[in-house]
Design a protein around this ligand. Structure first.
Ligand code: APR
Length: 329
């Protein structure tokens, strides 16, 4: 028998996104899954939803006849207990965090989510020092920056999920407009995961036909706007943020890494200095090559002058949030 073992994917925060990451990764047969989350108190009753979710998922696998192990672990909110089983993780996904609530400023949210990261990160350092870490918690570029700084892992082993999701939205809306399969739509989004994201129109095409040959300027503008507010559109409908597409975007990253697929995806990564993208000491969405070592290389995509202006604006906006975050580090 070879020493082959199934890969281990740990997900910290088994809320909407986390549980769907688990379920999709299991369905794709990517490995075993360990879920970590805090208990939920109602009056004097204490629930451990993470353990229930793991059991439910394990039973789903029996029905599907998929061999994998799913386990749930209740952790303390301060990170002081429950994380020993992170040991041996190949991938750690962080979705733990709070969404922004009415009356809460961006700074309040940053502070709250950074405190959560501060509780989690020492456990990854201690128990999973060789893992590749994927950050989902919003505002994702800043949270990836904070995780990277706190974690002190090699740059290539820390990344944030955003660009794949924004690109999936962009491709969906293009496919709606043109009545073609999104599989044949090649289009993607770089920059910060926010209102200033940059859909790369000049490089977008449908089976090689430039988007600009297929749609009018007005139609493209409409699609770009819908993409930028794609997350908000879902929040307005559901009263909570999206989770199917975000989870699938995370699973695409996991798959590329675990299968050493060398796929090119926009991900939020720490860049110390890059002349082509004109950035320094920031995490922002850039096309990278994903393989067994994490994000292995930055891909330099030629963009138009107009897109470069938008890119600079987007980087500035991420920088502002990173500066605020530094106060809480
Ligand atoms: N330790 C571990 N888990 C925690 C902690 C903590 N200290 N604090 C909160 N969590 C857990 C919550 O209990 C919850 O189950 O994080 C989970 C977050 O899940 P949801 O609230 O359902 O949020 P979700 O929609 O999954 O989004 C997760 O991704 O898109 C971003 O903005 C979004 O930051 C949010 C993250």
């Amino acid at each position: 028998m070879s020493k082959h073992r199934r890969k281990t994917i740990s997900v910290i925060g088994a809320g909407n996104v986390g549980e769907h990451v688990a379920s999709l990764a299991l369905l794709k047969g990517l490995g075993d899954v360990r879920l970590f989350d805090i208990p939920r108190k109602e009056g004097d009753k204490v629930f451990e939803p993470v353990k229930g979710k793991a059991l439910d998922l394990q039973q789903m696998l029996s029905a599907l006849e998929i061999d994998a192990k799913v386990e749930g672990f209740t952790v303390s909110p301060d990170g002081k207990s429950g994380y020993e089983t992170l040991e041996g993780s190949d991938i750690v996904v962080i979705t733990a965090g709070f969404p922004r609530r009415p009356g809460m400023s961006r700074e309040d949210l940053l502070d709250k989510n950074i405190q959560i990261l501060k509780a989690i990160v020492p456990n990854i350092q201690k128990y999973a020092p060789n893992a590749i870490v994927i950050v989902v918690t919003n505002p994702v570029d800043t949270m990836t920056y904070v995780t990277y700084k706190l974690l002190n892992f090699p740059t290539k082993r820390v990344m944030g999920m955003a660009g794949i999701l924004d690109s999936a939205r962009f491709r969906t809306f293009i496919s709606y407009k043109l009545g073609v399969s999104p599989k044949d739509v090649h289009a993607y989004v770089i920059g910060g995961h926010g209102d200033e994201m940059v859909p790369i129109i000049s490089r977008s095409n449908v089976k090689g036909i430039p988007l600009e040959n297929l749609l009018s300027e007005e139609e493209i503008k409409e699609i770009v706007e819908r993409t930028k507010f794609g997350g908000g559109e879902i929040v307005a409908l559901m009263g909570t943020s999206a989770y199917y597409a975000p989870a699938m975007a995370v699973v695409e990253m996991i798959e590329s890494i675990l299968l050493d697929a060398k796929r090119i995806h926009p991900c939020s990564v720490y860049v110390e200095k890059n002349g082509f993208y004109e950035v320094e000491d920031i995490c922002v969405g850039i096309p990278v090559l994903l393989g067994k070592d994490g994000w292995e290389k930055i891909i330099e995509v030629p963009i138009s002058e107009e897109e470069r202006q938008q890119w600079r604006k987007s980087v500035e906006s991420v920088k502002r949030t990173v500066e605020i975050a530094k106060k809480f580090l």
